[in-house]
Design a protein around this ligand. Sequence first.
Ligand SMILES: Cc1ncc(COP(=O)(O)O)c(C=O)c1O
Length: 420
Amino acid sequence: MAEKVFPISQEQLEKIIEKYPTPFHIYDEKAIRANLRRFKKAFDWAPEFREYFAVKALPNPRILQIVSEEGAGADCSSLPELVLADASGIHGEKIMLTSNDTPADEFQKAIELGAIINLDDISHIEYLEKNAGLPKVMSFRYNPGNLIEGNDIIGKPEEAKYGLTKEQMFEAYKIAMEKGVKRFGLHTMVISNETRLEGLLLNARIVFTLAAEISKQLGIKFEFINLGGGIGIPYRPEDTAVDLEALGEGVHKLYDEILVPAGLTNTAIAYESGRAITGPYGYLVSTVLHEKKTYKDYIGLDACMANLMRPAMYGSYHHMIIMGKENAPCDHVYDITGSLCENNDKFAIDRKMPKIDIGDRIVIFDTGAHGHAMGFNYNGKLRSAELLLREDGTVELIRRAETIEDYFATLYYDGSVLKK
Ligand SMILES: Cc1ncc(COP(=O)(O)O)c(C=O)c1O
């Protein structure tokens, strides 16, 4: 069972709302720091442990500053994310570029910053060399394809657009070595929001096994093995959180079983987790605007899927509470909606909740990763503010809410007529 507790009292929340109107996301600094420390500690057996925080999960410089103070680097998937990481104080090989269908300017920026480049395809070696030059450290993303073992866990990697086939992996490292690259890592990510230990360990087994084979054949001493992101979080109260200590122990056993006999005794363990780092420590706070009773009971919020897309896009469950009614009986059933002209703009469907009244504050849990970041402006909706609940209990605005001026900023428009 995952405990779902909002770290802010009703009284404090009302004070925050006086200054920062809803909707907004608020992130819990103390919990993010504690979580990163725990993650690191679970791998303290490794020669080195690295977390390259997946910037796409929560691309805010203040958050990047916090994770970097806790020793993490940044995993970037675009040019703006590279710039953001660098501007947030994460430099050089603390930055990883894990991108796909990569444009030249992204590679150029990664080279300029001295980042590690993780290539998604064998053809990118030549493209990278031609357009940006080769980096000091590179890795390749492995797609294991049609595996017999564990298909219920990893689905069908052969259908995924990411990564290189096994044969291509050997060939790619050979080409890179011939071109003079000397320092290598290896990457895979065949899981997503995986909370089962067996799934997380299967991911490690797959990539460790390949690393041992490549090392034997090509003599590469991998500097790091990157187990990707994809560590899941308990979105539902009845879900079980990943036991990070058990994960650390399990990966340790695999390390000793597969890498050590292959002579890979000094290889760092890396992750590029996003969700598992900040996901549970973000909350979308919103106010009930309307109640509508037709064939169903609808509760309309001042937030919509532009603030949190996961429920509409993936049908994902996000837990929610009504402030002040945490212990009230869940004897009503509602669809909790946003205002987008899309019928899937629903944070919850047929959710059992206490009686909801207009003006209630609804807190939606687990929005700290792939939440605000996935926002968009469809229907002219403006993205909300982001706040940080600091360790000392004070609140800091770390991104203001968008304004109408922001919405028009990319248009040739002077406020009344379109500019020529
Ligand atoms: C390449 C890559 N790395 C890391 C992540 C982060 O995944 P998660 O937030 O689930 O850990 C993603 C997520 O989309 C990804 O595509």
